[in-house]
Design a protein around this ligand. Sequence first.
Ligand SMILES: O=C(O)CCC(=O)C(=O)O
Length: 339
Amino acid sequence: MYQARAAARLRIVLGHLGHPAAGAAVAYHTSELVSPANLSHQQFQYTLDDNVLSLEQRQFYEENGFLIIKSLVSDADIQRFRDEFERICKKEVEPMGLRIMRDRTIAKSKTVLSENVVSKIQDFQEDEELFRYCTLPEILKYVECFTGPNIMAMHTMLLNKLPDTGNKTSRHPLHQDLHYFPFRPSNTIVCAWTAMEHIDRNNGCLVVLPGTHKGPLKQHDYPQWEGGVNIWYYGIQDYDKNNARVHLVMEKGDTVFFHPLLIHGSGRNKTQGFRKAISCHYASADSYYINVRGTSQENIEKEVLKLLSRQYGMKENAVTLKDVWQFRARLVKGERLTL
Ligand SMILES: O=C(O)CCC(=O)C(=O)O
């Protein structure tokens, strides 16, 4: 019974992704899921009623915790993000607050910064050119379906998955993004993640466990991988190994919106190319901060505050995780309320 349901769900997901193996799944999808009888608006907890998403798209996100919109971001915009990434690597621009990460296998080498060594840049909220991504009307139109009209951009990243060095450190362990966030409620947080080129299993696409957004936030720790693991790459050990796994094959400009409790990660980059994606986590501006002391998120708070104290010579308890997030959060639509 469980397996039949899991298989049916997988067919629906593959149908949404346009996967040839989906077969009759699309027919199942439209006839079973979008019949007026089983679509009562009170049932929707993860999407808002604003006439942007079709009933089918809403139902898909409600059930699975993610939604792909094809060809959402233009080639011209993606080229601008690429050019800015290059300028940042060459230190032609040095935006305030930006964090440049290297893969751990090359982190200690003396190599000058370039696309070859930078695995990720995050917190680009002060970089006008990259931050344009977070304000694109085509992105915000969808974001609003999850956050409502007052929208804060909370967390920004450009991910440049490097060719794996053989240590498998280019993998991103399965995790839930909410582990990193000291704000709630979770249902009005959403990530927009846009492929900057064709991304599939060869260069390390996203892998998601559909439906896991309905579960709780799980314990996250650094995985005990033989080749080590990159900083901030926390993972979950305790997840249902029988849950379907779906690999999101995406084309340049395709954008996936996903819930912060959705368990996801990404595979090794087995190519010699650089797999790029740009992302922003948004939250409703009337969200609230929580104190993570004494919760499973305490480990990330400790690590962030320790890093800041080392970097800026501050006492470890001089700031809280809330201060850090409040400082980097930016209003992108509507009114800044409580965040
Ligand atoms: O882009 C990727 O490979 C995964 C990114 C991700 O899951 C994250 O940074 O939370």
